[in-house]
Design a protein around this ligand. Structure first.
Ligand SMILES: [Zn+2]
Length: 195
């Protein structure tokens, strides 16, 4: 599929919103990705996972896929499912802000690993997962994201692949043109159903 067809699909399922949003980094943007609305539909997500798995395999074999909780858990599982005999693990945030493996998850020394995330913006949570993988003695050979909204094609020395790359602008809160226009600011991840 063309990039625009993948983007249309995100909009159709409600995973790509247009408006005035506060990102988790605190910056403001006119574009927000809510990839839970994509993973909510396994029959749609399966095609995204297949495309991401194809790109990861092109970079070399991996024996495990690791996602950061929460956003990376389902994408990592779905991508691993598209490969033969590849494990799916997730790392969780510690009180000190780092990421670590719990629940008995372990990696072998030298084991090739792909880190899978739903959307990469600054790459800060991916960097924490890479640290956790390296602390376990394993090697990150690829980072794979459903959506790449950075301008970079790599995170440090690690190649970054994605299903779609979207150049979405973001601004510091005190320099946001949408704030200047008095458009209401929304934080979609916090949205709850009444009651
Ligand atoms: Zn704003």
């Amino acid at each position: 599929m063309e990039d625009s067809a993948w983007i249309d699909e995100l909009e159709q399922v409600g995973a790509l919103l247009r408006g005035h949003f506060q990102l988790t980094t605190g910056r403001h943007s006119d574009t927000f990705f809510l990839l839970a609305r994509l993973t909510e539909r396994p029959w749609v997500m399966a095609r995204w996972a297949k495309e991401l798995a194809r790109q990861v395999i092109l970079l070399g074999p991996v024996s495990a896929v690791v996602g950061p909780a929460m956003g990376g858990v389902i994408p990592a599982y779905a991508v691993a499912q598209e490969m033969r005999g590849v494990r799916a693990l997730f790392a969780e945030k510690e009180d000190d802000g780092t990421m670590a493996f719990r629940r008995g998850f372990a990696l072998e020394p030298g084991e090739p690993v792909a880190v899978v995330e739903d959307v990469v913006t600054t790459g800060s949570s991916v960097a924490k997962v890479i640290s956790a993988v390296e602390a376990a003695g394993a090697v990150v050979s690829a980072v794979a994201a459903l959506v790449n909204r950075t301008r970079e094609g790599a995170l440090g020395a690690v190649p970054l692949v994605s299903v779609v790359r979207v150049a979405a602008p973001s601004w510091p809160a005190d320099a946001c043109p949408l704030c200047a226009g008095d458009m209401p600011l929304v934080r979609p991840k916090d949205a709850r159903e009444p009651g």
